[in-house]
Design a protein around this ligand. Structure first.
Ligand code: 13P
Length: 253
């Protein structure tokens, strides 16, 4: 059975004290996770150690970095290596978020290198893909997302690819309050799964968790997560509000 994940992406928000308080408020509230369900917190790098310490005894709850560098170590001032993340016990890293693609010029080829170094070091990439509004309006979103997958992931073996979590985040739905409809999300998730099946095989495609991101909130999470190919969500704004995010966790099917 593939994993279902409620993942918070705090982006560049909150102070250390606010972050600690938010984690406390979320983990103190009742939530029941089935065996195949996980909660992931992608939090700012300076707070990774705090979060790792706070969540260390929580089963099925993991910390993610929001980025890492493609090189093992060296003269890359300001960057974060996978060895640093591993030494903290971090399990996941978000890669290829549209904000990093747009503001930091991260290309599909560069992301392929980051995916490689994560997998070589047993860190699970949460690989983000998704089209801008103009592409959606032109109706070429499938081709756009297929190219992102091909250029960043399809050099992997099937065994490696199975270790990747994919997050489909249409850019027009991020932070806009304009969620993709559950039908639009399901359609793209089914397309992604079919694309993986064609490039690899159905077994591999069925093993991969595909999360939806873009204005997920408590009010729409149940409907989105009930779609057969939607395996949870990557949540920005609503993950900064404890009650909202707890409701989103509890919306996992
Ligand atoms: P919002 O939930 O704020 O739209 O952000 C989505 C996102 O980018 C998660 O990575």
């Amino acid at each position: 059975m593939r994993k279902q994940i409620a993942a918070a992406n705090w982006k560049m928000n909150l102070t250390l004290q606010q972050g600690e308080q938010l984690l406390d408020d979320i983990i103190s509230q009742p939530h029941s996770l089935k065996e195949n369900q996980q909660v992931v917190f992608a939090i700012p790098a300076p707070y990774l150690a705090m979060a790792q310490q706070k969540l260390r005894n929580k089963e099925q709850v993991f910390v993610a970095a929001q980025n890492c560098h493609s090189k093992k170590s060296g003269a890359y001032t300001g960057e974060i290596s996978v060895d640093m993340l591993s030494s903290l016990g971090v399990h996941y890293v978000v890669l290829g978020h549209s904000e990093r693609r747009e503001y930091f010029n991260e290309s599909n080829a560069f992301l392929a290198e980051k995916v490689n170094i994560c997998l070589e070091n047993n860190i699970t990439p949460i690989f983000c893909c998704g089209e801008p509004l103009a592409v959606r309006e032109a109706g070429t979103q499938n081709e756009y997302v297929a190219l992102q997958l091909k250029e960043s992931l399809y050099h992997l073996t099937a065994d490696q690819l199975r270790k990747v979590v994919i997050a489909y985040e249409p850019i027009w739905a991020i932070g806009t309050g304009k969620t993709a409809s559950s039908a639009q999300a399901q359609e793209m998730h089914a397309f992604i799964r079919g694309n993986i099946a064609a490039a690899y095989n159905a077994e591999t495609a069925n093993a991969i968790s595909i999360l939806y991101g873009g204005s997920v909130k408590a009010a729409n999470a149940v409907e989105l997560f009930s779609q057969p190919d939607v395996d949870g969500g990557l949540v920005g704004g609503a993950s900064l509000v404890a009650d909202e995010f707890v409701a989103i966790i509890n919306a996992l099917q």
